[in-house]
Write a protein that binds this ligand. Sequence first.
Ligand code: GCV
Length: 679
Amino acid sequence: MKKLVVIFISVFIVSHLAAEDGSRLWLRFQETKKEATDSKLFRSNRKSPTITIALDELNRYWKGPAVDLIADKKAGTIKDGYKISYKGGKISISAARDIGLLYGVYHLLRLQQTGKDATALNVEERPSYERRILNHWDNLDGSIERGYAGRSLWQWSQLPDTLSPRYEAYARANASIGINGTVLNNVNANPQILTPEYLLKVKALADLFRPYGLTVYLSVNFAAPKAIGGLPDADPLNKDVQQWWKNKVKEIYALIPDFGGLLVKANSEGQSGPQDYGRTHADGANMLADALKPYQGIVMWRAFVYSPTKEDRAKQACQEFVPLDGQFRDNVIIQIKNGPIDFQPREPFSPLFGALRHTQEMIEFQITQEYLGHSKQLVYLAPLFEETLQSDTYSDGKGATVAKITDGSLRPARVTAIAGVANTGDEVNWCGHPFAQSNWYAFGRLAWNHNLPSEQIADEWIRMTFTPDERFVRPVKDMMMSSRETCVNYMMPYGLHHIFAFNQHYGPEPWGDIPGGRADWMPWYYHNADTTGVGFDRTATGSNAVAQYFPSLNDVYGDISRCPENLLLWFHHVPWEYKLKNGGSLWDNLCYRYDEGVQQVRSYQKVWDRLETWVDAQRFREVQSRLRIQAKDALIWKDACLLYFQTFSGQPIPYDIERPVNELDELKEQIRIKHNSTL
Ligand code: GCV
């Protein structure tokens, strides 16, 4: 009987909130009921499709005073920036570009939605980066590499004639957070994207996105002249190849006059590139840059390059690119992943930031959670993004943060940009996990203002996506803010990295080995566990990757007693009995950390279950069931890693923490079966 009452209450509690499927993202503005004459409240001195959207948003959702949108080339605003002021009962938004006015409108709506005072405003906003770009790893067959929210949004077979309403919704969502570029296809690029047939489809998307200020870019396959152009090679010094790219770029701009440019993954993970012909990355990038130059297009050339040599993978990007510094055209920008390996739960920043003194650099983050629990785990990534952006490289003395190196403030740059690998797909709620939406949101907000604290971004997002009620906001914010560290704790504490299950990168597989496989894809390459200790020696006695960092940081990283403990096993092979700052041994601390991660996820379950009153039934249950998965997975991570590393440390798991509940052999077997089923 008691049980029945509880069930009844819980159904009753949630039923008063309208069902929500998450499709509206953070844009859950309520329609205002206005008289026809009310539209006069909102005016602009200019007409354009972008301004029509801005006025429409105001008409539909703005509940505050009259708003004037003032397009003014001399508004004094920078690029996409805007000013908002309040005088005589009226709000004015002024901007040099129409898109600035639309951004200003979304600013107002955000204030309204988060319960902030939208009068008494005196705001001036300017973006940290000129180009704020999503990278889609979407394939032409509709699949998404490392995508966990369904299939691609782009319905290539139906384009250009049939236009899904989601295209415009996607552009609007991006505009609402200031994202102004989108690379539509995977960096492992299918050359077909450059055929006339596909370019017409790309044009259809570009036309739809344009009023929202969203510029289209494409990833290209370096071998395209050979693959689809009928040329015998793709050598960047071959005049025919150069001409082929010039013609292709001309063809693109004839269809899409504001096309943004090209993204290239070359000579990496099997992709072709200039080195196939004995040429350099600069030769390859410059050839494309020359073709794009007359149209103000740019080349984003990725520094994610490594090959299975004896050299530490973490060092290879610097080794390849530093000797080329200064050789790139001024419309080339080197796109560098935040860390030297590959979007791990925690990495130091890539030492390439700051090392290129005469070459433009941009950062690439991964919004899709390839290594942080896919769309099954609640991990808010803004603290990770913030940690990297605010890292001091010391390239120009103290204060040379990654943010300052990439935003053009430390060194003049013609092009400034930031990229995030998208986590969107065709699932109703766009991102799979309701909380994964926060990572798309956070990327946009940080791309706009890289000094925004991740806590403020979380606060905004929670209020907009769920409710501004403090009783909900506070606990959810705490959960989000700790969630990245929680994930690090149960996956890879103290700088452990890349000990994931092979290929799918979801669960643990520290024992993973494929005889004859590439060493740099094997977990043992990264953890180096043996009876003496664990971790990658990147000091002078090891790979000496520390030397790629500037003084005085390299001294700190290279000294086991000064190295930040959260990166200890990244830079050092540490004895199991080594005493950490708290006096406990590395082994004991490792055990406590894994256990802490498990307990933290369980505490999130408790937090969430208490919040049922504040959330509609559908999203409540979606998060609830995903937290259950996360709790089970965290335990698997803990048991797998501790039982495996224990075979080397030979020490007991401290008796005051929960005992493992899984057998190592069973875990190995489960992962093996998973592999076989995904082959
Ligand atoms: C698009 C990692 C991922 C690959 C990805 C690659 C890249 O290796 O596992 O799926 O390929 O990074 O960023 O190019």
